[in-house]
Design a protein around this ligand. Sequence first.
Ligand SMILES: N[C@@H](CCC(=O)N[C@@H](CS)C(=O)NCC(=O)O)C(=O)O
Length: 214
Amino acid sequence: MAAERPRLFGAAYSVYVRIARLALIEKGVDHELVPVDIFSPEGIPDWYRERHPFGKIPAFEHGSLRLFETAAIARYVDEAFPGPALQPADVAERAVMNQIVGLLDAYAYRTLVWDIYVEAVSKPREGGATDAAKVAAALPRARTCLETLERLKRPGPWLLGEQLTLADLHAAPMFAYFVQASEGRDMLAEFPGLGGWWEGIRVRDSFMKTNEGD
Ligand SMILES: N[C@@H](CCC(=O)N[C@@H](CS)C(=O)NCC(=O)O)C(=O)O
């Protein structure tokens, strides 16, 4: 394993950068956050394009290893560094964890963050107009995400039960945005398992560190 300090490229506000940082912090890995402005009027610099061909954040570097895709980065961080395991040892529970990460990426991120938070909170805050039809259309999809997570959640403080896993770290930054919208708060109140999970993760040190500056 490379001895160098890992570098994470991106911006602190980003959901996906936060997920990767949560994994690094939970493992106690000393790392550097290298700022990248993907929305700069000059465009995405070539040095960053070489690290992320699709121009998204984050990208990651550890010695000669370069990675993009947050789920891959978080799994690497868990497996390459000492510290508490962030994936269940049981193969079936690990599959459920990966299923949760997959559903968060495929369905929850766009719905909870873009179609609800950005439309209902971020746009009006910046002087823009909310597309109410977009928010309304997103609500049933959000409900399906929450119902599914509530059904998959194991008894205990975290999504997989007693062990904090990559599923919790993947979900938390998305929920941090979602609950800022009144629709998000109201909807979460209907799901006691998830509501209890949110109350636990939102006061965790790693989460509060990555939530700074909101
Ligand atoms: N599948 C990517 C998603 C990364 C992603 O969408 N990042 C957002 C920031 S949270 C981004 O770069 N958005 C800019 C854009 O879509 O142009 C991953 O897992 O890392």
